[in-house]
Design a protein around this ligand. Sequence first.
Ligand code: GDP
Ligand code: ZN
Length: 307
Amino acid sequence: MTASTTGVVVQGTGGVWEVYTEQGDRVSASMRGRLKHEAHGALKLAVGDRVTLARDAQHAETWAITDIHPRTSKLARRMPGGRYGERVVVANLDQVLVVFAAARPEPHPRMLDRFLVIAEANGLSARIVINKADLVAPEVSAAVFADQAAAGYPVHHTSIRTGEGMDALRDEVEHRSSALSGPSGVGKSSLMNALFPGLDLRTGAVSESVNKGRHTTVGAMLHPLPHGGFIADTPGLREVGLWGIEAGQVASCFPEFRPLLEACRFADCIHTVEPGCAVREAVEAGDVSSGRYESYVKLRDELTGKG
Ligand code: GDP
Ligand code: ZN
């Protein structure tokens, strides 16, 4: 007799995988031989994948992964030139939470734009969290990422000290699968542990800087939330980086540029020196923020080797 269930891969990088089943159990499982063979190459199993599990009554303690369900999204590190394909860091994310502090450490709009472009290039929606709102006046907090708010990104102002914004953020995170990103020390682990007591994120584990030197060995890990949904605590967007993003793709990773791109005089406009550029006209008219435009030029230069 064979028992079967479905679940979500929460940890593992090959060999044995940890799967969180729909019954709420954490089990170890390995890929069934035939599937392993089929999956070789194109579809490798990744954290976040939904899978079907089966186990034989005779070997009651071991589960086999018999099927990988189609992915709805993937955060992937692409190799330059696409020669070695890509490595899926987390599958089936619903959103990325990019966390900064209103102060201590100082927020960096250009670093935020970089994270937002990586999310866009991966087809993921992003939500901005400005934590430590208690450290500055409300109007200062509101001004921090006003340009990104104007571009259409939802912005949350939170404080684990005063509780400001916590319920609203919890509502957007529960029942969804979210990746956490942002510099170290902004309060990512404090925030998640305050939103979901008992979650017990590894302190420091979600720090981008911590992962920098060991990105090839540390895989993402999904934490199930009490009422459904997951938080991926590492690695973040910086680990995925701009790898494999085409220079020509960058402009469309700025949502407020998108409606303008068709209006440039030249179809191959790169929005830097060309006459009749709708993007630069919008910047001059104050309709597009000069800071966001500066990020565009910087990221594009980086991808063309000029940065
Ligand atoms: P992480 O590296 O992003 O995970 O940051 P941590 O969660 O380790 O927090 C870094 C520091 O910021 C800790 O000392 C926290 O107590 C503090 N912190 C976190 N959230 C807040 C907040 O909302 N307000 C204030 N004032 N401090 C906070
Ligand atoms: Zn243009």
